[in-house]
Design a protein around this ligand. Structure first.
Ligand SMILES: Cc1ncc(COP(=O)(O)O)c(C=O)c1O
Length: 503
């Protein structure tokens, strides 16, 4: 069979396959839709592209499905090859299709139109959490341990020493002193290799992601996301108009080896401590993603949100240190100090800096100067390091206490997520006789613990498993024991209700 004949047969098989899988009209026959477009006769190329998009949205065409060659499809539809090539080129640019020399064209992996994790209303969620005595809500450090005295002293020193001009409009990258200090600090603590000119201070990682997403969207890029992730990041990225696709996860982190066969031009990773699974990107995958970035010119967005709290069994330096030309390294004080400070940074590859700074300026001109000056003083005086060291020790103890409590109260559950960071994932089998996530959440609520978010909030969960995410840094130090005891009782009660014989 010639290759064109083979592709024509593939086209037929695709049609038959979708009819068999899903007999409803939606999936009836996408190739029939293509023929309708041709019969209509106007704007055929744009019409073909839209028919393929719509088949992908409806599920009639599935990720990974090989598309017929442009020549085979053109012959089949009776149109010029250019017409089909134009449609394919457009769809590749938009991320719907992926292509590689010698391997043909296929539907991009999970090319999605919008968030696949429903956004939540943060205002009512915060109110709900506050209505409980205890909370293990992930994402927060112990804000009651915020170094108020050290911060106040740093703020006073910084403000009194600051020249008046530093209180005016400044370089949108941020205060030069802080950028200098951050470049040195990140090199020392995370192995980041940069010049202060590459550092752009933002109001937290969220803004850094919004800025980077706008830049990626303006280049018509496609951003690969980890399959499980912070739900709000999906919203931020899609709001900026970036098309996305999803990389599956396992215990070695995101499957970045797939990147070369997708249309991704950028990838957002949490390599040190995947959020929320806790997986650390393996050495082989770190190499693979860097190789992909070097050969394709792709951008790696490294979200090092809890890099100051590494797994003590061996830490990896930031990916950025291995390939400064292709990694936009992002950090934040939201885990080390408090989310309410709203300070974070991007260390941008030199060729991206200009566009990032322009985009940042268009959003809010510059980050607040007083907090920048204060953070600079806190770091240079050594107080920041001291606070991080104290917190690291406290969180490690909490993590150990949580693990031994879960082992005793809920031997049916596994703790996942490495031994660094500020959260763990509790997972268990979802077979009959085991507690459901809702039962665990209800039981927590009855015992005064704000219901921990289901793992499904973050993305797809492996078949046969149920899980919740526990942020063990959230309770204040003086209530941690009480919170842990209440959580243990809740887990025991949920298991007892589910059927003691099975558990
Ligand atoms: C994965 C991840 N990245 C980054 C952040 C920090 O975001 P921000 O600096 O905007 O507070 C969080 C906060 O929860 C997070 O979970």
């Amino acid at each position: 069979m010639t290759s064109d004949a083979r592709h024509r047969r593939e086209l037929d098989l695709l049609t038959i396959g979708t009819e068999r899988d899903d007999p409803d009209d939606r999936a009836r026959s996408w190739s029939e839709d293509l023929r309708t477009v041709v019969r209509r006769g106007e704007g055929v190329s744009a019409g073909l592209a839209e028919a393929i998009r719509s088949a992908a949205r409806s599920g009639a065409l599935r990720a990974g499905v090989r598309m017929p060659s442009s020549r085979a499809l053109a012959e089949d539809l009776g149109v010029s090859r250019n017409t089909v090539t134009e449609a394919y080129t457009q769809l590749v640019a938009e991320g719907w299709l992926a292509t590689r020399q010698g391997s043909g064209t296929w539907l991009a992996d999970r090319a999605g139109d919008g968030p696949d994790v429903a956004p939540i209303d943060i205002g009512s969620r915060l109110e709900e959490i506050a209505s409980f005595r205890y909370s293990f809500e992930p994402g927060s450090p112990d804000v009651s341990a915020f170094p108020r005295e050290a911060w106040a002293a740093a703020a006073r020193r910084a403000l009194l020493a600051a020249p008046s001009r530093s209180l005016g409009y400044i370089d949108s990258r941020g205060d030069p002193g802080l950028r200098h200090t951050l470049a040195e600090y990140l090199g020392r603590v995370r192995g980041v290799v940069c010049h202060p000119e590459q550092v752009v201070v933002c109001s937290g990682f969220t803004q850094a992601l919004a800025v980077l997403s706008r830049v990626i969207a303006s280049r018509r890029g496609v951003l690969a996301l980890e399959e499980q992730r912070h739900w709000h990041h999906t919203v931020v990225v899609h709001t900026a108009g970036v098309r996305t696709l999803t990389l599956p996860l396992d215990e070695d982190g995101a499957d970045v080896a797939r990147l070369p066969s997708t249309s991704a031009t950028a990838v957002l990773l949490t390599p040190a401590h995947q959020y929320p699974s806790g997986a650390r990107l393996s050495t082989a995958r770190r190499r693979a993603v860097i190789e992909w970035a070097r050969t394709s010119g792709g951008l790696i967005v490294e979200d090092d949100y809890d890099g100051e709290f590494p797994d003590p069994r061996g830490r990896h330096r930031a990916l950025q240190g291995l390939e400064p030309g292709h990694v936009a390294y992002c950090g934040t004080v939201s885990k080390t100090l408090a989310p309410g400070i709203r300070l974070g940074w991007v260390v941008a590859p030199p060729v991206w800096v200009g566009e990032i700074v322009r985009t940042k300026r268009n959003l809010d001109q510059q980050a607040g100067v007083l907090t920048q000056l204060t953070l600079d003083d806190l770091i240079t005086s050594g107080e920041y390091d001291r606070h991080v060291r104290r917190s690291r020790l406290a969180y490690r103890r909490r993590r150990e206490a949580l693990a031994s409590t879960v082992r005793m109260a809920a031997p049916w559950a596994d703790i996942q997520g490495g031994i660094g960071g500020l959260h763990v994932v509790l997972t268990w089998s979802d077979r009959p006789g085991m507690p459901t996530v809702e039962a665990v959440q209800d039981s927590c609520a009855r015992l005064g613990v704000s219901p921990p978010p289901a793992l499904t909030r973050f993305g797809p969960v492996p078949a046969g498993r149920a899980g919740v995410v526990i942020g063990f840094a959230t309770p204040a130090e003086h209530e941690f024991r009480g919170a842990l005891a209440a959580l243990a009782s809740a887990l025991r009660a949920a298991a007892a209700e589910a059927g003691p014989a099975e558990v």
